[in-house]
Design a protein around this ligand. Sequence first.
Ligand SMILES: [Zn+2]
Length: 469
Amino acid sequence: MNVRSLALVALAAASAASAQVSDTASSYGRIASELLRTGLPRQGAFRLLEQLTSRAPHRLSGSAGADTAVALAKSWMEQRGFSNVHLEQVMVPHWERGAVEKAVLEQRGKPPVALAVCALGGSIATPGRGISAGVVEVKSFDELEKLGANAAGKIVFFNRPMDPALLNTFEAYGGAVDQRSRGAIQGAKSGAVAVVVRSMSLAVDGVPHTGGMSYAEGVKKIPAAAISTADAERLSRLLGSGAPVRLRLTLSCRTLPDVPSANVSGEIVGSEKPDEVIVVGGHLDAWDKGTGAHDDGSGCVQAVEALDLIRTLGVHPARTIRAVLFMNEENGLRGGRGYASDERRRSEKHTAMIESDAGGFAPRGFYVDGDSALRSFVNRWKPVLETVNAGRLLPGRSGVDISPMVATGVPGFGLDPENQRYFDYHHSDKDTPDKVNPRELEMGAIAEALLACMIAGEGLPANVVTRPR
Ligand SMILES: [Zn+2]
């Protein structure tokens, strides 16, 4: 059977009653095998990832690299014949790392020791000569509070590792990341002059990992940086030995006024219900360390490749399947929020939002962001998804960029790849395309294409109530 008749079978089956689930399953099974046969040899997602990471390696919101990435992504969609290719403008923050970031251990009678450090995104700079102060180590905000006045005038060193006992590394990240995101606020409340945070990584090595941090109104802004996990252990040992240690932290980062940027959107228009939309997305911005290959270059190229595979197979989905590459997930979520509030949304009904933002590793399945009725509905697709290695359907959060839409009641799906290595690379100089396996990356695109086709063909229960958030 050729792909065009296969598509017709899929459509016919899709519009049939639910009693014909088995027919539907077999036609989607054929689409699944066509996706594998077409995608795996060509590795289209990786070809795009190489372009993105070489032409726009640094694409933090507001940067020239982000503008390059937007133009490049739009050209991909146009070249592939997607419909309604356009930009949706959003205003984004503009933070720059600057040329200087140094952390130097100063011990009496010993030569200074440079630590591997990077500013956290959004941090203020230090004065030009840096901030030199004694260091206090804590593992939690409670511990910091108990220090009382002993933290005043010091650099607070947050050193609670991601919990290596947890199988799910995202859970381990979630259990440690408050130190990075709110450390500067809690540190300043205790009278600290700066904070340094152990990098959010399970690997013990010399590479620092950046990431978002925040300040609070009415709380003094103090500089915040991450040191490598190896240097965190070294600093901790030194402090544990009772040696008097001073740290000199020098950062030259700055925040500039917001600038215009954009989400990039293109689609395959639905043949029967064009106003009902399934979004497949990722975020185009990335931290300025490494080249954002896993986070989230992978999610972006998978979205474009997923639509291109559907188009190449000649499948004509009943509902519209749209690729959206969101801007500013890392330090503002302006793209995700902008998409949800854009007036174009008023004339559309979103059937589902699918995001890949957990790395370009081999997929296992999807997190299903909705109630039990939604989960039991999508379980009918499990056998077909299993044929592309994506049959594990678990309840959970789907994606940050799509969360503003999911919060309004749209079912969300988050691609769930194997994640043991993700945080070794995340937000660091190690996040480069040589860490991405082209076949594994393509498998994610195939899984998204298949799920999008099934949702586009069959729809989802209309009365889904999303989990409280
Ligand atoms: Zn991401």
